[in-house]
Design a protein around this ligand. Structure first.
Ligand code: ADP
Ligand code: MG
Length: 255
């Protein structure tokens, strides 16, 4: 397995993503209400909550796919830039995996993984290819490298999407419901890759309804409802003893 995600032990536990008093509106709708939390290096945070509670908006704000109205978000000590080269650098530091895979449909699996390292990191084609093949191997789809995304199953496509984000050596990976669009029999093959990344020390923020993943891999669970960060706790605490009524109600419906 290539050492793609290992981080120096000395840095574990340092703040990596600092979110302070973040507010966001869509017109009249207050979608993020004064969100404050810090994600440390190597930490795995699972975000759960009812549909419409602002989980995706929070992820998109962290990756600066959405602007915020007030408050601040810093990644590795740097404030999120508005635009331009600094924004491109930030995006390279933050991997994003979406529910809908979002692979480039007209490029092969291999090209999907080499494209950004070549274009953004100016890696040589040979180096990018070697690295991409190692990553595809690691997520178990190296034998699909020359196929087009549509020829792969959903689970395979999502594993390619994870390899693609790892190819940029991100400091953080955001995953927004990475298994929600998958047929049930493919969910585990993607979760296994996610658990592997978590165990290796990758910093991850994962929106998911897969409570098994949360129990197995999360250091902390954030529970959102109505745009608010209602509760945050270690998974064993949160699942056995949710303190808010909203979390109790939510858990009674999904567990
Ligand atoms: P979640 O991911 O928790 O389901 P979202 O962050 O997607 O929630 O959405 C939070 C709220 O913001 C929802 O009410 C949703 O309808 C609304 N919303 C999301 N994106 C937009 C948008 N681009 N324009 C207007 N409203 C939006
Ligand atoms: Mg969402």
């Amino acid at each position: 397995m290539p050492e793609t995600t290992s981080i120096p032990t000395a840095k574990l536990g340092e703040p990596l993503v600092v979110i302070e008093g973040v507010n966001k509106h869509y017109g009249e709708l207050h979608v993020l209400k004064d969100i404050t939390t810090t994600v440390t290096r190597g930490e795995v945070v699972v975000v759960i909550g009812p549909s419409g509670s602002g989980k995706s908006t929070l992820c998109r704000a962290i990756n600066r796919l959405e602007t915020i109205d007030s408050g601040s978000i810093t990644i590795d000590g740097k404030k999120l830039p508005e635009e331009g080269a600094a924004l491109a650098t930030l995006r390279a530091d933050v991997g994003m995996v979406f529910q809908s895979f979002n692979l480039f449909a007209h490029k092969t699996v291999l090209e999907n993984v080499t494209l950004a390292p070549i274009k953004v990191k100016k890696m040589s084609k040979k180096d990018a290819t070697d690295r991409a093949m190692a990553l595809l191997e690691r997520v178990g789809v190296a034998n699909q490298a020359n196929k087009m995304p549509a020829q792969l199953s959903g689970g395979q496509q999502q594993r390619v999407a994870i390899a693609r984000s790892l190819a940029m050596s991100p400091k953080l990976i955001l995953m927004d419901e990475p298994t929600s669009a998958l047929d049930p029999e493919m969910i585990n093959e993607v979760l296994d890759v996610m658990v592997g990344l978590a165990k290796e020390g990758m910093t991850m923020i994962v929106v998911t309804h897969e409570m098994g993943f949360a129990r197995k891999a999360a250091d902390r669970v954030l529970f959102m409802a109505d745009g608010q960060l209602v509760e945050q706790a270690k998974p064993e605490e949160f699942f056995s003893n949710p303190t808010s009524e909203r979390a109790q109600d939510f858990l009674s419906k999904i567990l």
